[in-house]
Design a protein around this ligand. Structure first.
Ligand code: DON
Length: 305
């Protein structure tokens, strides 16, 4: 497959794309990003990589980080994690509170905010230096020691923490948060603030390719095949919140979005791909990013289906 040609064709096709999306402003620091930024990077299992546009510019990975924190929590705690978090799509927005009350503080899945906050709580209990250790894990799997937290984004989210604080307090009341609520929020906001570029993201997500066996040089970071299988299944069913069905329907790959405008998707036997375009659709997913990935699987005729 000539991925370089496919990416060029996609570039030409989206030149006339009418983007109706809006950059996220509920975390004020994210609202400062240039909406015209656009990057794509595709990393193949044969080792070749292909970049387009601003693929080496760093952006706030936001909810994409939930996949990486889950991978680390599963490596550390295994099946125990599933006693505190479900594996079903929520069908609700990412920051919704409604199900938590009648489902007694057990989040539907690890990719809605409530689920990621429980994962954060697990990591705080398990790691000696939680923020440092998570960042080191991400640097190792991205094979790039320059990856950093964006302290301004983390502080901006802490200032507007009300909905995530509500979720965490409610779960604490149900006994599903073990640590101090502010410590959980601080860890979670830092995790979401991680700044990475498309290339680094595709590299990090290679741990989910070939059922976790893609790059043996990552030894400690490589996932048990069964964990990679489970996480890919969750990305497919829950990676895009109330738009997960639409993403599976139009793109046909497991993936995860973030309100920074990034989307990472992967085909377990072929590639990992990251797209960045800040304007979001009404479900909080990059509008142009979704279009690019739809074109990718349509043109290559390769998806998991
Ligand atoms: O907790 C939040 O609201 C953000 N830090 C992350 C949300 C997010 O990225 C949802 N993704 N589309």
């Amino acid at each position: 497959m000539d991925y370089s040609k496919v990416l060029q064709e996609i570039k030409e096709e989206i030149a006339t794309f009418k983007n109706t999306g809006k950059v996220a402003t509920y975390i004020p620091e994210l609202g400062k990003v240039d909406p015209s930024k656009f990057g794509v990077y595709l990393q193949c299992t044969d080792g070749n990589g292909y970049g387009l546009g601003d693929s080496l510019d760093c952006f706030s990975i936001q909810s994409i980080s939930k996949v990486l924190s889950l991978a680390l929590a599963l490596k550390l705690k295994g099946k125990e994690v599933w006693k505190r978090i479900g594996v079903e799509p929520s069908g609700d927005p990412f920051n919704s509170l409604v199900q938590l009350e009648y489902e007694k503080g057990i989040p539907r899945n690890p990719f809605i905010n409530a689920g990621a906050l429980v994962v954060a709580d697990i990591l705080i209990s398990e790691l000696e230096n939680p923020k440092e250790d998570l960042l080191q894990f991400v640097r190792n799997i991205a094979e790039d020691q320059s990856v950093e937290y964006d302290e301004k984004v983390a502080a901006s989210e802490m200032e507007h923490k009300f909905r995530n604080a509500s979720l965490t307090h409610l779960m604490k009341d149900f006994g599903n948060i073990k640590n101090n609520v502010d410590d959980v929020l601080d860890f979670y906001f830092h995790q979401c603030s991680i700044a990475m570029n498309c290339k680094q993201l595709t590299q990090a997500f290679t741990i989910f390719l070939n059922y976790g066996k893609y790059d043996l040089s990552k030894e400690a970071a490589v996932l048990d095949p069964i964990l990679a299988k489970r996480i890919n299944a969750l990305m497919l069913t829950c990676g895009f919140y109330d738009e997960s069905g639409e993403f599976a329907f139009t793109v046909g790959l497991p993936g995860k979005s973030g309100v920074g405008g990034g989307i990472v998707a992967l085909h377990p036997r072929h590639y990992s791909v990251a797209v960045w375009s800040p304007p979001l659709n009404k479900n909080g997913n990059s509008e142009l990013g979704m279009k690019v990935l739809e074109l990718l699987t349509t043109k290559t005729e390769i998806s998991v289906f």
